[in-house]
Design a binder for this molecule. Structure first.
Ligand SMILES: [Zn+2]
Length: 85
């Protein structure tokens, strides 16, 4: 029987790259994100990298589609980064 999947916090690190906005390391349960993204792009890339970590069976096309849909819905609901004073 398959083991029940439990919630486990994904480690998040800010890391600038000249080639990608984000990276996922499923084996380490960790993602890296570039802090220079716009809010909409950040929501999309973060969702995308989380999908790679949590659902590694998904192929790139499915992950891409999921990220775009989550970003579309969350930005239409008004989600943005909090502005730091
Ligand atoms: Zn990907």
């Amino acid at each position: 029987m398959a083991r029940k999947k439990r919630f486990r916090k994904i480690k998040i690190a800010w890391k600038r790259s000249e080639t990608v906005w984000g990276m996922a390391y499923p084996d380490e349960h960790r993602i890296e994100l570039d802090d220079r993204m716009t809010d909409v792009t950040l929501i999309e890339v973060a969702s995308h990298e989380v999908a790679h970590v949590v659902l590694p069976v998904l192929d790139e096309e499915a992950v891409e589609l999921l990220g775009r849909h989550i970003a579309d819905v969350l930005t239409r609901l008004g989600f943005r980064r909090a502005v730091e004073e």
